[in-house]
Design a protein around this ligand. Structure first.
Ligand SMILES: *[C@@H]1O[C@H](CO)[C@@H](O)[C@H](O)[C@H]1NC(C)=O
Ligand SMILES: *[C@@H]1O[C@H](CO)[C@@H](O)[C@H](O)[C@H]1NC(C)=O
Ligand SMILES: *[C@@H]1O[C@H](CO)[C@@H](O)[C@H](O)[C@H]1NC(C)=O
Ligand SMILES: *[C@@H]1O[C@H](CO)[C@@H](O)[C@H](O)[C@H]1NC(C)=O
Ligand SMILES: *[C@@H]1O[C@H](CO)[C@@H](O)[C@H](O)[C@H]1NC(C)=O
Ligand SMILES: *[C@@H]1O[C@H](CO)[C@@H](O)[C@H](O)[C@H]1NC(C)=O
Ligand SMILES: *[C@@H]1O[C@H](CO)[C@@H](O)[C@H](O)[C@H]1NC(C)=O
Length: 237
């Protein structure tokens, strides 16, 4: 009986010892973690909470994902998605979406996108953003023609881009709400694309002011298809 008791006490002590060892190990790990986890919420202008998967240039290493690095210029957060440059207007961590506005359109001036983020086939060029969806997939195509096609009936949905059109060069913006196949007119070729929000039941924009208004509002990308983001969602559920 006494032997058994001693044995039990021995076992209990061992358990106690082991658990206190485990406990201190956990505490140690906890502090190592705290030390390794820098303050990873940066802000830039209106974007107050830049955190994983995004990071701001200059954040401690270990913050966010270097593939999704924003820079802060004149209090505006900028994301470069090859070959374009975009102001970040909003990050919704809940919906996993970002709203971007091309730096060339943000001030409402006439011109081409800083770079077409997608190919004419509708693929995002920048491999870092392949997993992102352009939501909902509407765009303006910028079309350059060597003849004036304004009176061609098939070109009724082409809106003249006045600042780029001069004698011998005619530039048009053509709205595409849901990714339709587009065959340029004979004297024309597509020179750039800009994703925009969906405007239901609009086939033609009558003025370039209306085109610019939509360009200035920007577009949304969602990361729900990205494996990395999905993992992040699972870990934060
Ligand atoms: C983390 O950084 C943000 C923005 O720079 C700041 O507002 C906040 O107080 C910081 N938090 C800690 C715990 O340092
Ligand atoms: C910032 O975003 C992180 C990641 O989604 C979130 O955990 C945190 O609560 C947010 N902080 C603020 C102040 O919104
Ligand atoms: C971003 O969008 C969310 C959800 O639509 C909204 O609640 C939030 O106010 C917006 N933030 C900014 C800075 O516009
Ligand atoms: C608007 O922004 C573009 C691109 O940054 C710049 O080239 C242009 O000069 C700006 N226009 C005005 C009126 O500020
Ligand atoms: C192109 O043709 C249309 C209609 O014929 C005309 O109104 C417009 O001024 C022309 N554009 C240019 C740049 O010559
Ligand atoms: C523009 O109009 C032409 C002729 O109606 C049509 O074939 C083409 O699909 C339209 N393009 C878009 C992008 O809607
Ligand atoms: C415009 O181009 C046409 C045809 O090339 C030419 O005949 C005309 O002189 C040009 N007009 C101007 C103002 O350059």
């Amino acid at each position: 009986m006494i032997i058994l008791q001693k044995h039990i006490i021995y076992i209990m002590r061992t358990v106690q010892y082991t658990s206190s060892l485990l406990y201190s190990l956990l505490i140690m790990l906890f502090f190592v973690q705290i030390q390794a986890q820098p303050n990873c919420s940066s802000s830039c202008g209106e974007i107050k909470n830049i955190s994983y998967p995004f990071r701001l240039k200059g954040d401690p290493s270990g913050c966010g994902d270097s593939d999704y690095e924003l820079s802060c210029v004149d209090n505006k957060a900028i994301l470069e998605i090859f070959p374009g440059k975009y102001y970040v207007h909003n990050i919704s961590y809940y919906d996993q979406t970002i709203r971007l506005v091309d730096v060339n359109f943000a001030n409402g001036s006439c011109g081409l996108p800083s770079g077409p983020v997608e190919t004419t086939d509708g693929y995002v060029r920048d491999v870092r953003f392949r997993g992102y969806g352009l939501n909902p997939g509407s765009r303006f195509r910028f079309v350059k023609c060597s003849t004036n096609i304004s009176s061609v009936p098939e070109a009724a949905n082409h809106t003249t881009v006045p600042c780029l059109t001069r004698n011998g060069t005619y530039v048009y913006a053509v709205y595409d709400g849901d990714y339709s196949y587009y065959e340029p007119q004979k004297s024309c070729s597509v020179i750039s694309l800009a994703p925009v929000d969906l405007r239901k039941d609009v086939a033609k924009f009558n003025s370039y002011e209306a085109v610019m208004e939509l360009l200035k509002a920007g577009f949304e990308m969602d990361g729900q298809l990205s494996a990395e983001i999905a993992l992040w969602l699972v870990n934060n559920a």
